[in-house]
Ligand binder design. Sequence first.
Ligand code: NAG
Ligand code: NAG
Ligand code: NAG
Length: 489
Amino acid sequence: MRTQQKQKSTPRRVEMLFIGISIFFVMFIGMLNSKALGTVYNQEPMNVEEVKKEELNVEKDQKSTKNLCQPSLNTTEPSSPYAYVWVMGGINENKPAYKGFIWDILISARLLCRTGSTADKWLYVRLSPESNREEIPEEDRKLLTAHGIRIIHLKKSRTESFGQITYDKFHILNMTDYKRVMFLDADTIPLTNMDYFFHLSDPDHKDTPTILKPFFLYATLKEPCQGGMYMVEPSTWMYEKYVETVKDQHEKAKDLPYPHFNKGIGWGYHFKQHRDHWESISANMTRWSFYAAHIDQGLMFYLAKYIYKDVSIAIGNKLQNWKPAKGIARRKPILDSLYFDILEKYQPPLLAYQFYCDKYKFDRANYLSIGKEWKCHPPYDSIAHFAGGSKPWQKTFSLYRLQPSTIRRMKRTYSANLYAPTNLWWQELVAMNDEYKLGIDLEHWNTKVLPLMEESPLGARALYKDQAEVIANVGQDIEEHKEMVVRSE
Ligand SMILES: *[C@@H]1O[C@H](CO)[C@@H](O)[C@H](O)[C@H]1NC(C)=O
Ligand SMILES: *[C@@H]1O[C@H](CO)[C@@H](O)[C@H](O)[C@H]1NC(C)=O
Ligand SMILES: *[C@@H]1O[C@H](CO)[C@@H](O)[C@H](O)[C@H]1NC(C)=O
């Protein structure tokens, strides 16, 4: 009997062993395969939902790099009066360069959740016309959902451009389920809980005084409005005004020579005729000639200041509050109140400093030459903007830069430029890579991953020639214009 049993069990054991080896082999080939395809991930994010359940037991801890966001539900019901919104285009499953922007959004969501934000998070996505898909890849959707981000798909357009995406930002005006919506560029990260902007602009939020208007913009060195972040009060009225403004512009552009934008009247306001000027850190000007005046930065400035008029504008440490003048015919708003160094009183602690702002405040003598003091006030220091060539995912990386000993050694220069926020970005990516077993090969980043990430899907800036298609697509109710108004350069 005993011997018989033994004889029976041996083949079974061999069989099990064989199955085991086969499974291992299949998995191994699978991993090789996905690498050969040149994807960024070695495998799909594993069991995102399951991992999430474990995470819910983690206590809120600012230092932990774990994802503390609640997974987003498949619903459009707001869970807060406020929302953050990102917009992304150029998504093409065959060109992984877009992943960098997705990671940036995920990292932003993690930082917001960690610092205690309770606002909703939305992402508008537009797939590339070259994509074979109708929705974003499942691996992206799972991660976004696990980070509390809800997704809205915009229609694929016939062509795509950077310029088009800048118009997609204006969808936030139509998010009328929310009291306030803050737009964030997909190459920015918050460095603190940005909910305080919502609270400071909301009379119903009793814990804080209302020192901000329902719209909030900020100027830069040479522009009256920076398109990387702004806050609006959504309304059907404003959304319609936006569509109308763009439609008017399109009509007028037909008769204009290249670049089809009148720098005198811009989107519909002639500064000189109204004895008015726009203001940036470095200058007061009367022409619509600043960077991106012909697209989002100019359009948002026009809509906020000359249509809505109830707007706060930060210019360095100065905060201007504007209101409509009495008499509807008056286009020029009037200054309601003016504050200096006010937002810092309400800004929560920062996760990282940039442009030497930590040192600047205490050691002006040594850091005075930097000339960037205006960047050391909120909202400038509340957010890091990886503009142009400073995107972390388009640069070389070494795990060495995250080691505590490296950071200690760097103490003097750690807050220079965007170094510390870049480190924060990498810390989060490393954590996310571990947590969701993404398999991004961070050890061989420079040779294996970076080459796939280097070129932004839509180029680095908006061109005048992007205009035609864009304008033709604005607002779903605008008929498609077949004739190309703006010819390429
Ligand atoms: C979300 O809900 C819609 C309709 O309510 C459904 O069609 C869709 O499949 C759902 N998506 C997921 C990922 O559950
Ligand atoms: C721009 O004009 C305002 C007054 O409207 C003034 O306070 C400010 O100093 C001026 N800025 C520059 C850079 O000249
Ligand atoms: C604006 O939002 C409403 C719902 O609030 C929606 O029905 C409408 O289609 C949106 N308009 C555009 C152009 O997206």
